[in-house]
Design a protein around this ligand. Structure first.
Ligand SMILES: O=C(O)CCC(=O)C(=O)O
Length: 270
């Protein structure tokens, strides 16, 4: 699926933007299901508004995003998308041959002043021993800078895990980097077309700006890893289908370890 140049771009810069994975008809269906998931969740009074806490955004006028994890728990269309042969082939080209699901997240960034994300690495949320963990961000709308597209610091994955910013006056601690050292505006914008997938290592410094446009930004992020790369600190909340193989095999045969909640036991069928 990926060209040697795209694979090289990922390894050198820590991210790569890929077109041609989903057809227009597939993206149409995925966007319809994206909207329907939000509608069903809101009808059930689910609380979907989120904003990254902390002092990084103090003084900023922005509105919360709509967010839900686990799109595959709400829609078979999205469950199938996770197993899309071209998507999983691209994932395997980057970390392969085996690809395991970690979690998924839907984000809808509202118009006018939809909140951004501080510059951060995903690493501290779910650290792994060999750093194979990556995100594939599926874009359901053309997304430009004005819409608060993803921004990255190219090559920053080579810096390894970086110290978390300590807030001056206490307050909520989130795992973001010093905004003075890594200003969002200095990072490289990654505009994308509808259907594009932006792959990004969990060590690559990234964030995004406010959506200042009159168009909603819609993305679904799929976090995946090599099953042979074990969690070094198994602290992340569990997700639906976590540990499911998206491509290839789990060579270890002990998928429960480090993946499922302690109370879930592997039991033999009676
Ligand atoms: O979608 C975005 O703008 C950023 C998402 C992100 O950085 C994350 O979920 O870790």
């Amino acid at each position: 699926m990926l060209t040697p140049q795209q694979i090289n771009h990922y390894h050198v810069h820590g991210y790569v933007l890929v077109s041609g994975i989903f057809s227009d008809a597939e993206v149409d269906e995925l966007e319809r299901e994206f909207d329907a998931i939000i509608e069903r969740r809101l009808r059930q009074q689910a609380s979907l508004d989120v904003k990254w806490s902390g002092q990084w955004s103090s003084g900023q006028d922005s509105s919360p995003l709509i967010h839900t994890q686990d799109v595959q728990a709400y829609s078979a269309t999205w469950a199938r998308a996770l197993l899309h042969p071209l998507l999983t082939e691209a994932m395997a080209d980057l970390i392969g041959p085996n690809v395991m699901l970690h979690h998924t997240k839907l984000f809808q960034k509202p118009t006018e002043k939809g909140s951004g994300f501080p510059m951060h690495q995903d690493y501290p949320y779910f650290p792994h021993e060999r750093h194979s963990m990556a995100a594939g961000i599926i874009h359901l709308r053309d997304t430009n800078e004005q819409m608060g597209c993803l921004r990255v610091v190219p090559g920053s994955h080579k810096l390894g895990p970086l110290p978390i910013h300590k807030e001056k006056h206490g307050g909520p601690q989130d795992f973001y980097l010093d905004p003075e050292k890594y200003p969002i505006d200095d990072a490289t914008p990654c505009p994308a077309r509808r259907g594009d997938v932006l792959f990004c290592s969990y060590l690559t410094i990234h964030g995004s700006g406010i959506n200042r446009s009159d168009q909603m930004r819609k993305t679904v992020l799929v976090q995946f890893r090599d099953p042979a790369d074990r969690p070094s600190n198994d602290q992340h909340s569990r997700s639906h289908g976590q540990g499911m193989m998206l491509r290839g095999v789990n060579p270890h045969g002990d998928w429960i370890k480090g993946i499922m909640p302690a109370q879930v036991k592997e039991t033999a069928c009676p």
